[in-house]
Design a protein around this ligand. Structure first.
Ligand code: ASP
Length: 427
């Protein structure tokens, strides 16, 4: 089935009717506001809702491995020209690196101009921050891309290894003629079923988002956020600029697509990313949005998005830039141009190495701070407000993945304009 075609029946009639009156993104949005209100009213007691949020997250995580594996195999076997994969792969990684380096520069510029750390007095305390160990070496990363045991890769949910195995298997299946056809059909059936299942889990998103936000809002009182309000505001501003100016600008000027349609079509995934603070966890939603609402063919979305959820973290890169400058201002260190260059380099690498799970960026922050000789104890101060920053950066991470996915599809002349221009709401 290509993007935009009506699929098999995906749910009861009443749910379809509900979504026509109040589209899913509006349901999630209302849930988000109600969750914040509930959390503010209940305070710490809102943590009683945590199991509901965890249930939702587990339900999404349950989808990731079979969904990514089957849709990627089906996408590539249906591609006609498996060699296109090499070209798409290079393009994807190049654009991801470029947008990440830009994002970190934006974070540095925002914090340098707006000076969130100037005039703030905070005790950094003793200690050296969390022990992050040594960053993995490039050769180790490359060797680790090929799974010695593909079943172990599937069981561990190692997305990059799963992508490599799925591509290899799909190419072999395409070249194996009649004997392999039943296997391809099994994957087609599995992919279709996983997409149906994603629809079911998405229908639960308003409940999950409500619980997730209520717990966070209950935990973080204003008293806790206030001393660091300036850095939160600068981070928020830089994230908004990245999405509304950089991504939307690229959409309009380079891709010649309506940025409002891109934002509208991405909204379901962005709201889930924001409330779950996990871009890997949002992957099923991102895949559904890309295919059903942005008109990206499955063969491209199934490759570009899982790679993005693993290596492309523009929001995390902005965060590294903002916090590094903030900490420098806090301790009164003047950063040189060389320091800025080093932060862009290590921040880009650190964001690639950041897992798409809550709080991962905080751990990687230590690497960036250590590179420019800033005190690692600052990580402890940031940890207190990290969830709020994490929600913002994860939203940007997912928005970036979806923007690049549209870009790659457009450059391959594969974007379904009818679906993109309609930017429907998933039912
Ligand atoms: N939570 C982020 C994500 O999943 C990663 C981070 O902590 O920066 O995209």
């Amino acid at each position: 089935m290509t993007a935009g075609q009506p699929g098999p029946r995906r749910g009861p009639a009443w749910y379809g009717a509900l979504c026509r009156v109040c589209p899913l993104w509006q349901q999630i949005f209302v849930a988000l506001l109600l969750g914040a209100l509930t959390g503010a009213l209940l305070g710490e007691r809102a943590s009683g809702l945590a199991p509901v949020g965890d249930l939702f997250i587990n339900a999404i995580k349950m989808l990731i491995v079979p969904l990514v594996f089957s849709t990627l195999v089906v996408g590539i076997t249906g591609m006609g020209d498996p060699q296109a994969m090499g070209r798409i792969g290079l393009k994807t990684v190049a654009i991801y690196l470029l947008t990440t380096a830009f994002a970190i520069a934006l974070g540095l510029a925002a914090a340098t101009l707006l000076q969130p750390g100037v005039g703030v007095t905070l005790s950094l305390g003793e200690g050296s921050g969390p022990d992050v160990g040594d960053a993995p070496k490039l050769a180790e990363i490359l060797v680790g891309l090929v799974p010695s045991n593909p079943l172990a890769a599937l069981a561990d949910g190692n997305i990059l290894q799963i992508i490599v195995f799925a591509i290899a298997l799909a190419i072999a299946l395409s070249l194996s003629g009649k004997a392999a056809e039943p296997v391809i059909r099994v994957f087609e059936g599995l992919a279709e079923a996983m997409i149906t299942l994603t629809g079911f889990v998405m229908a639960l998103a308003p409940i999950g988002v409500f619980a997730l936000i209520a717990v966070v809002a209950g935990q973080y009182g204003l008293a806790m956020l206030w001393p660091l309000a300036k850095v939160i505001a600068v981070m928020g501003l830089a994230c908004l600029l990245q999405v509304f100016v950089v991504y939307s600008g690229l959409m309009a000027l380079v891709m010649r697509l309506n940025p409002l349609r891109y934002l509208r079509g991405s909204l379901d995934a962005l709201l889930v990313a924001f409330s779950s603070a996990s871009s890997s966890g949002t992957l099923p939603m991102s895949l559904a949005c890309a295919e059903k609402q942005l008109g990206v063919p499955r063969s491209i979305a199934a490759f570009v998005l899982p790679v993005g959820a693993t290596i492309n973290m523009d929001g995390t890169a902005i965060y590294q830039g903002v916090i590094a400058v903030f900490v420098a201002q806090l301790v009164g260190v003047d950063l040189s141009w060389a320091d800025y260059g080093l932060i862009v380099l290590t921040g880009t690498l650190a964001s690639i190495g950041t897992a798409g799970v809550p709080g991962a960026g905080l751990i990687m922050l230590s690497i960036v701070l250590a590179q420019v000789g800033l005190p690692l104890a600052a990580v402890g101060v940031i940890a207190g407000i990290d969830r709020i920053l994490d929600m913002a950066r994860t939203g940007v991470n997912v928005a970036g993945d979806l923007m690049v996915t549209c870009w790659v599809a457009k450059s391959e002349r594969a974007l379904d304009r009818d679906v993109f221009d309609a930017a429907r709401t998933a039912e």
